[in-house]
Design a protein around this ligand. Structure first.
Ligand SMILES: CC(C)(COP(=O)(O)OP(=O)(O)OC[C@H]1O[C@@H](n2cnc3c(N)ncnc32)[C@H](O)[C@@H]1OP(=O)(O)O)[C@@H](O)C(=O)NCCC(=O)NCCS
Length: 176
């Protein structure tokens, strides 16, 4: 496989039906993997999740597209201003401050370990910095690959565990 990847803003490519289909397919494939084990995602549910994200304040999304022999998504990340109402247990941590919530990050298995996740994360962080947020926040499983991935990107485990999933930690990176 030759790597011809193009890094793009998700909003710019989601009108392309083939691209959106490939994003939905990859999303379903990735969240089926351990430690997520989410085999309940249907095309419709993923589409709703994407539309929800797009409707949120300061949405930003990035994708890595394979451009060799077709156009399809091999990596994605997106986020938006943390909707604090959905995370009441984080309110004491942030108080009056707003933070940007990274909702999703995934890279197709054959493309992992080659810097793709880092590149799209970097592009997202640059947008968030431009928006002016002082920090970025995310939730991930302490036993998963993303935990060391984000540690290496200067995210700190703030010691808050998700009330529904005790294995899932909240991590914050300060930008300012
Ligand atoms: C997390 C994920 C997006 C990383 O994407 P990637 O393109 O492989 O990441 P990169 O190649 O940019 O790796 C950057 C750094 O992350 C760390 N890292 C990546 N994979 C790792 C692994 N399996 N174990 C430990 N550290 C790892 C390394 O420090 C790596 O730097 P190095 O290559 O200089 O050692 C990818 O593994 C993935 O999609 N996992 C499944 C989905 C998931 O868990 N998403 C996060 C949900 S919160």
């Amino acid at each position: 496989m030759t790597d011809k990847l193009s890094l793009v803003s998700l909003r710019d490519v989601l009108d392309d039906r083939a691209v959106k289909r490939s994003l939905i397919g990859l999303y379903k494939e990735i969240w089926k993997e351990p430690p997520w084990d989410e085999d309940f995602w249907t095309d419709e549910l993923v589409n709703e999740d994407i539309e929800f994200a797009l409707s949120q304040k300061d949405f930003s999304g990035k994708a890595a597209l394979q451009t060799d022999g077709g156009l399809y998504v091999v990596g994605f990340t997106w986020g938006y201003q943390l909707p604090k109402g959905q995370f009441p247990f984080l309110i004491p941590f942030f108080d009056e401050e707003e933070t940007f919530y990274i909702d999703e990050l995934g890279v197709a298995k054959p493309f992992r370990g080659r810097g793709t996740g880092s590149k799209i994360s970097q592009l997202l962080e640059e947008d968030v910095d431009k928006f002016g947020y002082p920090s970025m926040t995310l939730r991930t499983d302490v036993g998963g690959v993303a935990y060391p991935f984000y540690m290496n990107r200067d995210y700190v485990d703030i010691g808050v565990r998700d009330p529904k999933y005790p294995q899932r930690a909240y991590m914050v990176k300060r930008l300012k």
